[in-house]
Design a protein around this ligand. Sequence first.
Ligand code: ZN
Length: 195
Amino acid sequence: MPDDYPEFRLGTVLATSFTATLTERAGDPVERIPTPGRLVDWLDVSGLAVTACTAAQFDRARELREAIHTAATAAALDAAPPAPAVEIINRCSAAGNASARLTPEGNHRWELTAESDVDDALGVIAADAIGILSGARDGRLALCASPTCRAAFFDTSRSRSRRWCEMNTCGNREKKARFNAHRRPSGAADRAARK
Ligand SMILES: [Zn+2]
C-alpha cells in the first residue's frame, strides 16, 4: 500500500532531492524509496516519468544516490570528491539519453521521451549533480546542522547562511529542541527564549 511508505522530501534542487530519499543518515536512517516502484513514483513527481524499473536499475539508482551524497559531503567540507563517487556519477551521466531543451521562455529543461527508462532519468540526475558539484551553478553545498541528519544541501540563499536541509523538518525540530532546553531551568530563561 503506497500510504505505508515514508513521504518524499522534495526540494528545489534535483540532485539533493534525490539524496534526500534517504534521510536521518546520521541517526536512524529513513529509506524513502524502499522499492523499485517507489523509485518510479519519485521520478514521476520529480518530472522524470518512466514506466518501469528493473532490479538492476534500482541498484544503479541507489548507487548513484550514495555517490552524489559522498561527493556533495566532500564538497561541503571543501575536499575533493572521492574517485569512486566521481566514476559512478560520470558513468550514469554518460549512460543517459535525455536531451537538454531550451524552453520558449529561455529556460533549460531536460526532456525524456516515451522510450526513456530509469537509466536516462539517472543521467539527468547525474548531470544535475555535476552542475552543483563543479560550481557551474550559483550556490554553495553545505551540511545540515541537525546532528542526526547531516544531509548535504545546496544553499542558494543570498547570504549563503542556510543551516538546515529543510526548515520544515530539521530546522523546526532544532528550534523546538533549543526552546525546550532554554525553558527547563527557570522562568527567566523561558522568557528569553520566547523573545
Ligand atoms: Zn537536515
